[in-house]
Design a protein around this ligand. Sequence first.
Ligand code: SF4
Length: 426
Amino acid sequence: MTSSTSLYFHIPFCVHRCAYCDFNTYAGQEAMIPAYVDALCQEVRVVSERLLTTESPKRLTVGTIFFGGGTPSLLSPSQFDSVFRAIRAGFTVTADAEITMEANPGACSFDDLLALRSLGINRISFGAQSANAEELRMLERAHDFFDVIEAVASARKAGFENVNLDLIYGLPEQALQTWQTSVKRVLDLHPEHISAYALTLEHGTPFGRWAAKGLLPLPDPDLAAEMYEWTSEALESAGYGQYEISNWAKLIKDETVGGNSSFNIHPSPFACRHNLQYWRSLPYLAFGAGAHGYAFGYRYSNLLRIKTYIERLAHPQDDHPVDSSRALPLSPAVVNHHKQTLQDDMSEFMMTGLRLTREGVSADEFQSRFGAPLREVYEKEIEELLKLQLVEWRESSFPSGNEASLRLRLTPRARLLANQVFMKFI
Ligand code: SF4
């Protein structure tokens, strides 16, 4: 593991399940929150203790923590306090750690936000999704846009200086104009970070079923592409730098977007460091029902159901690591763990790295991780993609001060065809 790792906590509770959502989350189970928080703390204790029994026992340093869901804001500040105590007892959290909590607008009081901020949460991500009342109703969201305005104002007052707003485009019957209005209204709130995702119709969700029956009048792909391109331009003109296919972060003064010879990788200090850890194929530990992790060359996932998760963590002594020398799997809640092959790691490194629209994949980094030159390992794939003008080589110095290195990244037009590019590396 590198010197700094990340922790992901899954909070699988929602007041209502939105019609498009396929996350591992459950409505009407809030009575189990106290027991779930106890189980999370237990999981943190077990994992941190097992890490000390590995071949090279080490107290891990944590640079980012992310509470995702579900609806993490359904936990009270005192429940977060318990989780933080467990984290700090088992890990060394850096002084400048990025600590994010996802929250539903309208579901967090100012007092809660103030308490959460004082516990160390320094980044908050609100699922705004749209500024249009009909679209929010259709998505079955419990909030309206006034809740978003209030949530951002309360977060500011509580001291949050790093706020993300999530948006979804390509909604049923969505017109370009209503989408543009949503983006503009979100920009009026001056968040440090904006994520804009295309609606995906997931199998097993009401949206997926309705679409299969032809009951969901979705915008055609050309219109969805137009929405994406317009968004990219609008956000860049408003001072946000795109750093990932669906993510933009506010630029700080004097920085410029894009550029040729002065290709600047780091668009902003507000780029989400936790997600960068995923996209750079760096390690993260997962806690909670249905959480996924990547550590010691393994990808793993926890069992899905809340009740079973709580029960499993109530008797951690019944579980024995399969590989005692490395304490794997790390948690009694793990149900799948898979040793990555070199091929898995190289392929994922390419697919997640190419999501980073400015940074892309470094040829030097590839060589030092895998002991083989990127140009040779993927010679045929890269050649084909270069011919199709879907990727390009760029030279840049990263980390700053180092010699310039070659990086492979998506061309702007490939951002809409990214899955086609990623398929080449599977
Ligand atoms: S609030 Fe978020 S996590 Fe919960 S059901 Fe809706 S989309 Fe899914």
